[in-house]
Design a protein around this ligand. Structure first.
Ligand SMILES: [Zn+2]
Length: 360
């Protein structure tokens, strides 16, 4: 992958990090400073201070890793790091904490915070850093929406599924399962927020999403992104009807009505779509940033909205004894729960979800 380093003059920890990571990347065929910086697939942005400079990518295909350092460990690494991640508008933050040899944390947009544990040698350590980073960089976002205006109002309003999803959202809210500890809309100025929406498809009002099959075969309703799932509005706008996806064009296809414009579908729509496609018995899916003890989990922390995350979750769903009643852990992220319907899901998760995701 072609890589450029941008940003501020590196501090001592950032220099240590680049010195260790670069040779490992080069040995794996990565090329630094390609002839045209616009062609880079990976941007390492060295940031300093509480209000770091963001790197504005031109395309979703560019993956931005912000690298920050602090010699004084903050009281809350996730909170401090998430603010930097959001302000830098990066896909991932590498947070170098403490001196002279820092501890290295990854902070993700999903609110994941995990340490790459020290190793016997720097070389072995940076191999692990690269192994952690490469799958994320090489993953493919499928978050763009294409709207086909073929949903008549009569059909949109007759379907009873959106009201079930609305009730499910309110129920998750009452259960305290729609946390927004780092509301992007409060952290970022409107212009940056628009950019984040465009690049990552997320609005950051509340994590989590709910979907359920529509009465039309092969179609399902799902919550939109950037809306408060505790107070979902109109069917066709806050809860959108998905009729498929196109991997080649990297789009999710929605049905739009002549009177109501659909908001952007949940960033995890592709994950729901793969599960519905494979398991006819799955009628509903709930995803929250909580955890359940003892659940089977994915191994790689792919970003939300990537085809790779969708495939990784599907693979776990396929493996469990009953895929129509699966609880799958998404490592350092949350859980996805399938069920024949929403009621069945709530009966199974009620009182069993842990409010925070344990770092792994
Ligand atoms: Zn999520």
């Amino acid at each position: 992958m072609d890589t450029v380093v941008v940003g501020e003059r590196p501090g001592s920890l950032q220099r240590w990090f680049l010195r260790g990571l670069k040779p490992v990347m080069v040995a794996r065929g990565c090329r630094f400073d390609p002839p045209s910086p616009d062609a880079a697939g990976l941007v390492l942005n060295l940031i300093t201070g509480p209000r770091p400079r963001s790197f504005r990518r031109q395309s979703k295909a560019v993956f931005v890793v912000a690298i920050a350092e602090t010699s004084e460990p903050p009281s809350n690494i996730l909170k401090t790091g998430y603010l930097l991640l959001a302000r830098a508008i990066a896909n991932v933050l590498v947070f170098l904490v403490g001196a002279p040899t820092p501890r290295v944390y990854f902070i993700t947009l999903e609110g994941g915070c995990y340490e790459i544990a020290p190793d016997t040698s720097d070389e072995a350590f940076f191999e692990r850093v690269f192994a952690e980073l490469a799958p994320l960089v090489n993953s493919t976002l499928i978050i763009d929406n294409e709207v086909v205006d073929d949903l008549p109002d009569a059909e949109r309003l007759a379907d009873t599924i959106p009201s079930q999803i609305r009730a499910a959202g309110a129920r998750l809210d009452r259960m305290g399962l729609l946390p927004s500890p780092f509301p992007l809309d409060e952290l970022l100025p409107p212009d940056d927020l628009r950019h984040v929406r465009l690049m990552f498809g997320i609005g950051g009002v509340s994590y989590g999403n709910v979907s359920a099959r529509s009465t039309n075969p092969g179609q399902f309703w799902i919550t939109a992104t950037g809306v408060d799932k505790g107070h979902l509005g109109e069917a066709g706008r806050d809860i959108v009807l998905v009729r498929g996806y196109d991997l080649e064009r990297r789009v999710v296809i929605l049905r739009g009505s002549p009177t109501v414009r659909p908001r952007h579908a949940s960033v995890d729509t592709i994950e729901h779509a793969l599960i519905y496609q494979e398991h006819a018995g799955v009628g509903a899916i709930v995803h929250v940033h909580s955890w359940m003890a003892g659940v089977p989990a994915t191994r790689i922390n792919y970003p939300c909205g990537t085809y790779q995350l969708a495939c990784a979750v599907s693979e776990v769903v396929r493996r469990v004894p009953d895929p129509t009643r699966a609880v799958v852990g998404l490592i350092n992220h949350g859980v996805t729960v399938t069920g024949p319907n929403l009621e069945d899901i709530f009966e199974r998760i009620d009182g069993k979800l842990l409010p925070t995701v344990p770092p792994m």
